[in-house]
Design a protein around this ligand. Structure first.
Ligand code: PGA
Length: 261
C-alpha cells in the first residue's frame, strides 16, 4: 500500500499572526485539490489563527507546534504544555529538531521525556534525528542516528508507535543549502526503518512514515520524493514563501499522480 506523502513546513521563529494568515489564505486556495498530508509548524502566537483558518479547508492539513514541555502545568516559566497547545487546535508536535539540540542544549533524555508526553496526547509527532558533519565525516552517521532513535524511543510501547513519524534531518544540511543526495538520504531512511523494525517488528517498519529534511527546495524536492524509503519532506526556509511551498505541494501531488497512473 502506498502511503500518503507528508509535506511539513517548519516556519521556525518567523511570521507574525498577520503574515501567517496572509500565507495560509493564499496557500489553501493554491493547493485546494491536494492529496498530500500537509503540516505547518507555526510559532505559538500564530497557532490559533491558523487552526481557525484550516477548519474551513477540505485538504488534509494540520497545524503543529515546534516545541513543548513534558509537564502539563506548574512553575516552568516560559514553557508551554501539550494540553495548552491542543486547546488551541494543535494536532502535531515536533520533537528533537537539531536547532533545539544545538542552540537550546536539549539532550536525548529531554527528547525521550517529550516523546513520552507526546504519545499520550491526541496529537501525532514528528521525531527528528540526524548526524552532525563531524559524525558524518568520521563515518559515524548511522551509529549516531541509531543512538538518537533508541534514546528517544526508550520505554515507548509498540501500541503507541503508530503516532510517531521520523524525520531524517542531517544537521549539516539544515539551512545551509547543502543537501544529502537523494541516494544518501534514502539509504539512511532505509536504515532508520530497519532500526524501527528491529525494535518493534517488521509491520511497524512497513507503515512508518519517514521524512527527509535539510535544504529542500522547489528545485530538488522531486528527487527526494521519488525515493522508495522517503515518505515526505520537512521543509524550513522553502516553507516561508507561499508560492514556493505551494509549488512543493503541487510537485508532491504530481508524484502521487504518477504512482497511480
Ligand atoms: P531548511 O530547514 O529546509 O531550511 O534546511 C529544515 C528544518 O529545519 O527542518
Amino acid at each position: 500500500m502506498k502511503k500518503k506523502i507528508i509535506i511539513a513546513g517548519n516556519w521556525k521563529m518567523n511570521k507574525t499572526p498577520k503574515e501567517a494568515v496572509d500565507f495560509l489564505e493564499k496557500f489553501l486556495i493554491n493547493v485546494k485539490d491536494s492529496k498530500c498530508k500537509v503540516i505547518l509548524f507555526a510559532p505559538f502566537v500564530d497557532i490559533e489563527k491558523c487552526t481557525d483558518l484550516i477548519r474551513k479547508s477540505n485538504i488534509d492539513i494540520k497545524i503543529g507546534a515546534q516545541n513543548f514541555y513534558w509537564e502539563d502545568s506548574g512553575a516552568y516559566t516560559g514553557e508551554i504544555s501539550v494540553p495548552m497547545l491542543e486547546t488551541i487546535g494543535v494536532q502535531t508536535l515536533l520533537v528533537g529538531h537539531s536547532e533545539r539540540r544545538m542552540h537550546f542544549m536539549e539532550t536525548d533524555k529531554d527528547i525521550n521525556k517529550k516523546v513520552k508526553r507526546a504519545v499520550k496526547s491526541n496529537s501525532d509527532l514528528i521525531l527528528c534525528v540526524g548526524e552532525t558533519l563531524e559524525q558524518k565525516n568520521s563515518e559515524k552517521g548511522q551509529e549516531s542516528v541509531m543512538f538518537q532513535l533508541k534514546s528517544a524511543l526508550e520505554d515507548i510501547p509498540k501500541s503507541l508507535i503508530h503516532k510517531i513519524h521520523i524525520a531524517y534531518e542531517p544537521a549539516w544540511a539544515i539551512g545551509t543549502g547543502k543537501t544529502a543526495t537523494p541516494y544518501e538520504s534514502d539509504k539512511m531512511c532505509r536504515f532508520i526503518r530497519m532500526c524501527i523494525e528491529k525494535m518493534y517488528g517488521s509491520e511497524i517498519g512497513l507503515y512508518l512514515n519517514i521524512l527527509y529534511g535539510g535544504s529542500v527546495s522547489e528545485e530538488n524536492c522531486k528527487n527526494f520524493l521519488e525515493m522508495s524509503d522517503i515518505n515526505g519532506l520537512l521543509i524550513g526556509g522553502a516553507s516561508l514563501q507561499e508560492k514556493c511551498f505551494s509549488s512543493i505541494v503541487r510537485t508532491a501531488d504530481s508524484v502521487i499522480k504518477g504512482r497511480t497512473e
